[in-house]
Design a protein around this ligand. Structure first.
Ligand code: FMN
Length: 184
């Protein structure tokens, strides 16, 4: 029985994204009873409050907010761009943070980064913590999921490196534990 939904966002928009491969692995590593719902940000425009004033909240932003609000928890899968969080996902979070209802507020969140480099995008991972704290999300403590040398750790569109899979599974377990506690 599925009793919990985790919204999973991907910070890279490109087709062959390794971050997307990380996200694609989440369903097989999630605890029992958990559905991973891929939530896309591709259609979210660059933030500009004039858009909202002129023609209302863009459809893609409303859909994103609704998916986040309905989810019990959120996973951000992210690359690192220039030692920072990627613009597209930050932009999506900027929209979300200005929408009524603040769908990320109080939401349990886990951040997972990857990189072809050795550090696994850990600066992006920690920069996300700053953004998430400002928008009121509840960052769930746990192992630092910054997966380095990612190209060597994926096959057939999934993460196959066993130590990394264990870390992801542990983080998902802690996230779900917290979300179940909050759900009551
Ligand atoms: C604009 C840009 C900046 C980047 N900066 C970093 C960086 O700071 N640290 C890093 O580890 N990799 C960096 N990279 C390499 C990315 O980690 C690599 O392209 C990765 O595959 C992106 O994730 P994706 O496969 O999900 O698209 C950068 C790539 C781009 C395009």
């Amino acid at each position: 029985m599925t009793d919990m939904t985790i919204a999973a966002l991907c910070g890279s928009l490109r087709r062959a994204s390794m971050t997307r491969m990380l996200r694609a692995t989440l369903p097989e590593l999630a605890p029992e009873g958990v559905r991973i719902l891929d939530v896309e940000i591709d259609a979210v425009p660059m933030f500009n409050s004039d858009i909202r004033e002129d023609s209302g909240t863009p459809e893609a932003v409303t859909a994103l907010c609704e998916a986040l609000a309905a989810a019990d928890a959120v996973v951000l899968c992210s690359p690192e761009y220039n030692r920072m969080v990627p613009g597209a996902l930050k932009n999506a979070m900027d929209w979300v943070s200005t929408e009524p209802g603040f769908p990320m507020s109080g939401k349990p969140v886990a951040v997972m980064t990857q990189s072809p480099g050795p550090r696994g995008g850990n600066m992006s991972n920690y920069a996300w913590r700053q953004v998430l704290s400002v928008i009121g999300a509840e960052l769930v403590p746990g192992p630092d999921v910054s997966i380095g040398l990612m190209e060597e750790k994926v096959a057939d569109g999934k993460l196959v490196d066993e130590p990394s899979r264990k870390l992801v599974a542990k983080q998902l377990g802690l996230l779900v534990e917290r979300a179940r506690l909050l759900k009551g």
